[in-house]
Write a protein that binds this ligand. Structure first.
Ligand SMILES: [Zn+2]
Length: 310
């Protein structure tokens, strides 16, 4: 399928004014090679009322939105599409309060839920791992609890950043319970292609990466508390860490609850890895494409900070 997306807000508004237009677009994203019945694998269906597809073979009723983040939503799809546009068209994204205001949503909770559902679509299932030369280090991120009190316990976030000349290629972030050997090694395996050149600090927990199939360069700081030296050693992860903290404080005023931090990390990664994309419309396309690939989450599940599999 040719990547087909609106290029301006005007185009978006004109093209996706109706529920039907949005459903057809989602249908093309979900079945780029044509409809396939989830029950009998039949390839023919007709469109019934309320956007349902009826399989010609087995009469199974499928819906474009069933099994996606749009399942059972009470928010009209044109509103969703506008939210996706605002989320992807602004460099730093947007807060729930902002989305509520821009889209004229009645409740803050609706705006919040919508944004959190979209965040879950920001990481593509089965995405590629980083490769080449990769810097890895951990950092501490402040999180706030729901009463607005600073929690004393900071979250530990591991950052992996590809070297791209003197610049940064793609990144991966992961919140971890603590920087122990098992946890750090699991992070490496989940995010970095074996055979890659991994550059870390002298932390003992990083030892043994070679056994996992990596080439490993460890740089040891002589004076442990020398932070400037640390950022010179692994300049890319330190740059990403400071951008991440600034983004959490700026766009979200630091109002990130620990239980949801993972999803903010996903959003940051989505934005960062596409920061040079000239076409915002392409991000719109990408996010909707991923949104029909991942299973739905309810508000209740999100409040628990959990995904359906957990
Ligand atoms: Zn069927």
């Amino acid at each position: 399928m040719v990547e087909d997306y609106p290029k301006t807000l005007f185009e978006l508004e004109r093209r996706f004014a109706s529920e039907k237009a949005c459903r057809e677009y989602l249908g093309q994203l979900r079945w780029p090679d044509g409809f396939v019945c989830p029950r009998c694998q039949g390839g023919w269906a007709w469109m019934a009322s309320r956007g349902r597809l009826v399989c010609q073979e087995c009469r199974h009723q499928a819906s474009v939105t069933a099994g996606t983040i749009f399942q059972d939503t009470r928010t009209p799809l044109p509103v969703w599409f506008r939210a996706v546009w605002y989320v992807t068209s602004q460099k730093n994204g947007t807060s729930a309060a902002n989305i509520q205001r821009i889209l004229g949503l009645r409740s803050y909770q609706t705006a919040w839920t919508l944004l959190h559902k979209l965040r879950r679509a920001m990481i593509r299932p089965g995405r590629d791992k980083l490769h080449g030369h990769v810097e890895v280090d951990e950092t501490f991120v402040d999180a706030e609890d729901s009463q607005g009190l600073w929690v004393s316990r900071q979250a530990v976030v591991v950052i992996a950043a590809e070297e791209d000349g003197r610049g940064i290629g793609r990144i991966r972030l992961g919140r971890i319970p603590s920087p122990t050997k098992d946890v750090l090694h699991d992070f490496a395996l989940a995010t970095i292609e074996p055979g890659s050149f991994v550059h870390t600090d002298g932390r003992k927990a990083w030892e043994g990466l070679k056994k996992l199939g990596y080439r490993h360069k460890q740089t040891i700081l002589l004076r442990k508390k020398d932070l400037n030296a640390a950022s010179r050693l692994l300049p890319r992860v330190h740059r990403v860490a400071s951008l991440l903290k600034r983004w959490l404080l700026g766009t979200h005023q630091g109002a990130v609850e620990p239980a949801h931090l993972d999803y903010y990390l996903d959003e940051f990664t989505f934005r960062f890895n596409r920061r040079t994309s000239r076409s915002r419309g392409k991000l719109f396309y990408r996010l909707l494409q991923q949104a029909v690939e991942i299973p739905p989450t309810t508000y209740r599940q999100m409040i628990g900070g959990k995904t359906p599999e957990e």
